[in-house]
Ligand binder design. Structure first.
Ligand code: SPD
Length: 361
């Protein structure tokens, strides 16, 4: 720990108090992913100052990490990206002796994340969720009828999405999630790494592109909540944030989150410490704080994402723990798939395909 240094300077018994070296931790997390009161609580409890920045794309985070010297002590890649980053030497192994709260982690989630991080040696789960559809109930019912269903048809059937285009459609700018969703809709294995399957997913996306207002990974929260858009391919908790924002605003907007019938991606966001982090001890203190059941329950109650901490579950609001779209029951879980990291050769195909979808060239 860096503490005040008291240094005797001379025989004249002059005593100087050395410059206080404030302890700090620098965290880079997804946008709209924490209750800021929790950050204040961290500093109040530990005396460690926190610098907190946000991002909204695994690809952007990966580029920063691979370039080195990111300047961050804690970052939060999704598990399917983390695996490749561990192999590239981006992260350091966690010091388990500094993480006593890891006893609260949920074995089921640990087992799932171990396929990307064997033994969970480099990361802890922060939150997990699904990638599905956010709907403005009134606007979509007006255009498709009350029985608009719960299928990926809403996004991938040209006949349906073309009728929703005028009320606004956002799709995540997340190639490794959206292309597999399209492959899944086509009846292909969404986890396939065959370039021909990825191309087919891309072709389907190109066919719906004229009806998409924007590819973006965070603006859809406010846009859904304000009634600026009626459809979003987005992340579970973000759609719930929009739902409750609209409720609070009492603006007549009703939002629904759909885990589509055909199945959806289940993903895991993992906190990890870069190899070149400057504040390793403080980073562990932060991870341990996050794993305190009371703290992670507060985070989940605020952002509506499920977490990987089993002891926190009795502390969750019932509108969170009892919502099957946030904590999916076993039967829903059967329709969910988990992605494995793409090797660089396949990742290049995904990136090329996505550029064609988004730019139309
Ligand atoms: N607003 C927080 C969004 C967090 C989304 N994590 C993305 C995981 C994708 N696999």
């Amino acid at each position: 720990m860096k503490k005040f240094a008291l240094v005797a300077l001379s025989a004249l018994a002059t005593v100087a108090v050395g410059t206080a070296q404030a302890q700090e931790v620098r965290v880079l997390n997804w946008s709209d992913y924490i209750d800021e009161d929790l950050l204040e609580k961290f500093t109040d409890e530990t005396g460690i100052k926190i610098t907190y920045d946000v991002f909204d794309s695994n690809e952007v985070l990966e580029a920063k990490l691979l370039a080195g010297n990111s300047g961050y002590d804690v970052v939060v890649p999704s598990a399917s990206f983390l695996a490749r980053q561990i192999q590239a030497g981006v992260f350091q192994q966690l010091d388990q002796s500094a993480l006593p709260n890891s006893v609260h982690l949920w074995d089921e989630i640990k087992a799932a994340t171990a396929s990307s991080d064997p033994g969970n040696a480099y990361s802890i789960n922060y939150m997990w969720g699904t990638t599905g559809i956010g709907v403005n109930v009134g606007m979509v019912a007006e255009r498709l009828g009350d029985d608009y269903g719960s299928s990926w048809d809403l996004i991938f059937d040209v006949d349906k999405i073309s009728k929703l285009s005028d009320c606004g459609v956002h799709i995540l700018d997340a190639p490794t999630e959206v292309i597999p969703a399209a492959m899944n809709y086509l009846g292909l294995d969404p986890t396939s790494q065959d370039p021909a399957d990825i191309e087919k997913g891309g072709e389907l996306l190109e066919s719906i592109r004229p009806y998409v207002t924007k590819f973006h990974s965070s603006e859809y929260i406010d846009a859904l909540a304000n009634g600026e858009i009626c459809l979003a391919l987005g992340w579970s908790g973000d759609v719930f944030i929009a739902l409750y924002e609209a409720d609070d605003a009492d603006n007549g907007v009703t939002i629904e989150y759909i885990v589509p019938d055909e199945g959806a991606l289940m993903w895991f966001d993992q906190m990890a410490i870069p190899t070149d982090a400057g504040n390793v001890e403080e980073a562990h203190v932060f991870l341990n704080f996050i794993m305190d059941p009371e703290n992670i329950a507060a985070a989940t109650n605020y952002v509506y994402y499920a977490n990987g901490n089993v002891t926190s579950q009795p502390l969750l609001d019932s509108e969170v723990i009892d919502d099957p779209a946030i904590y999916p029951p076993a039967e829903t879980q059967e329709s969910l798939y988990v992605l494995q990291p793409y090797p660089p050769r396949v990742q290049r195909v995904v990136t090329r395909t996505w550029t064609r979808v988004v730019t139309g060239s």
